[in-house]
Design a protein around this ligand. Structure first.
Ligand SMILES: Nc1nc2c(ncn2[C@@H]2O[C@H](COP(=O)(O)OP(=O)(O)OP(=O)(O)O)[C@@H](O)[C@H]2O)c(=O)[nH]1
Ligand SMILES: [Mg+2]
Length: 434
């Protein structure tokens, strides 16, 4: 997959109009996804949204804009991301690699864990659903076989976008020396204090009368910071994790921090590929996908368009829409293969998951896309289309404004529904997930 130079693809082009995600943000308020969506009867744009549309569409003709957006869409969908997992011997590196790829230790293609001998070379593990994302299981630091500069000879730091440096007990000078080398290459790195579940279990068992989970976490966090400061690491970013309960502890904070520091295409790649371990992750994904929805709607209505059978007022690229809907299902883990694996791992009923969670969303067919477009077209899209067409800056879209409005509304509704289903699935399998 080609790497993408952000300088060739100005941010302005990929910024979606600031369409507020009212149906997605309720997650933060512990409401369910998509509830507002069904009751909303228009896609009216705010002045800021109008302005954003204007910025993207100003100046060029439709053919130029759509081919530019098509290449932006391709870059967004194929952005390469190399995540390096490193740390001490037995600190949980391979387990973390698997967890980030949504795999258990026994799944096919998973990294081997609890080994006696560890590899002395970086091992790439492509994400099973997104081969453009590679999680690298790096050799352990502090190994007697890789002393002095041997580690850096084996591990080309420039190759990776970011580093997660693990310690399951204490950070040591091996960790901080590696961090300095990474910093010298101007790469991002994050300290992960792993196996937090063990610390909590030990503390609750050994000091039951004074036990407080918050207290244990605070103490570990402070100790990490004290050591890293003493070693000269400025503002260390430390996250407490358990690879066995990935959605808990500091995972949310880690995701938020990494997402802020990645450039936009890589950020999107990172977010959509995350395992669906918490409501927070689902929300981050859904919000990131809004820019994808908007790009797809524009490209699908302006390149390779054909009238939709049974909905002749709408012309679009049905294949692109099918691929996009399938990609939302994939990211939210709603495809049969993922459900099957989840049922196997959690001991839940596959049938219950499929019927309760997927409903009409099961597999994506052309017939289904046509039906969804028909339904969206019958809705309120005329108001939205008129609004678009009435804007001078959007004159270029006038010829396809009804198609755009229909397709956009269909994609939004599908995305909302997929996110909502993923939330139900999460609640069904991990009732305590937040
Ligand atoms: N309780 C608990 N155990 C963990 C966690 N992460 C990993 N382990 C266990 O720790 C052991 C070592 O995990 P690995 O993932 O193999 O560690 P590693 O860093 O890859 O080990 P090497 O490659 O040998 O250096 C395994 O038995 C894991 O199941 C965690 O968060 N909590
Ligand atoms: Mg390992």
């Amino acid at each position: 997959m080609p790497d993408v130079s952000p300088s060739l693809l100005p941010l302005k082009v990929i910024s979606p109009p600031k369409l507020k995600p009212p149906e997605l943000s309720p997650l933060m308020a512990a409401q369910s996804l998509g509830t507002a969506r069904e009751t909303r009867d228009t896609l009216t744009l705010t002045p800021e949204e109008m302005e954003s549309f204007g910025e993207v569409f100003q100046g060029d003709n439709l053919a130029v804009i759509s081919s530019r957006l098509c290449s932006t869409l391709h870059s967004l969908e194929n952005a390469r991301l190399d995540i390096a997992i490193t740390g001490g011997v037995g600190s949980g590196k391979s387990t973390f690699v698997n967890a980030l790829r949504g795999l258990g230790d026994e799944d096919q293609g998973s990294a081997k864990t609890a080994l006696v001998e560890t590899s002395l070379d970086p091992t790439p593990y492509p994400h099973p659903k997104y081969p453009n994302i590679i999680i690298w299981d790096l050799p352990s630091i502090g190994s007697p076989l890789l002393q002095d500069n041997k580690y850096l000879e084996r591990v080309p730091l420039k190759h990776y976008d970011l580093f997660l440096i693990l310690a399951s007990e204490r950070f040591t000078t091996s960790h901080t020396q590696l961090a300095s080398a990474i910093q010298a290459k101007k790469k991002h790195f994050y300290f992960i204090r792993s196996k937090i579940d063990i610390d909590i279990a030990a503390s609750s068992q050994r000091r039951p009368s004074t036990f407080s989970e918050e207290g244990v976490l605070l103490e570990i966090r402070e100790n990490c910071h004290i050591f890293l400061h003493a070693e000269g690491v400025v503002k260390p970013k430390v996250f407490l994790l358990s690879m066995f309960e990935l959605g808990k502890f500091d995972f949310q904070l880690l995701v938020e921090t990494i997402a802020q520091e990645l450039e936009s295409f890589k950020r999107h790649a990172f977010l959509v590929a995350l395992p669906n371990v918490s409501q927070f992750i689902l929300e981050k994904k859904a919000i990131s996908m809004l820019q994808h929805v908007w790009l797809v709607a524009t490209v699908a209505c302006t390149l390779d368009v054909k009238p939709v059978p049974g909905v002749p007022e709408v012309a679009c690229d049905l294949d692109l829409l099918m691929r996009s809907l399938a990609s939302y299902r994939r990211s939210f883990g709603l495809e049969s293969a993922t459900l099957y694996k989840l049922a196997e791992r959690t001991g839940g009923s596959l049938q219950a998951m499929q019927s309760e969670v997927c409903g009409p969303l099961c597999e994506v067919s052309k017939r289904q896309v046509i039906d969804l477009l028909g339904r969206a077209h019958k809705g309120t899209t005329v108001i939205f289309a008129q609004e678009l067409a009435s804007l001078p800056v959007l004159g270029v879209l006038a010829s396809c404004s009804l198609s755009f409005a229909t397709v956009y509304q269909m994609l939004r509704a599908y995305l909302d529904r997929a996110a909502k289903d993923a939330q139900k699935l999460l609640m069904q399998t991990f009732p305590k997930a937040r």
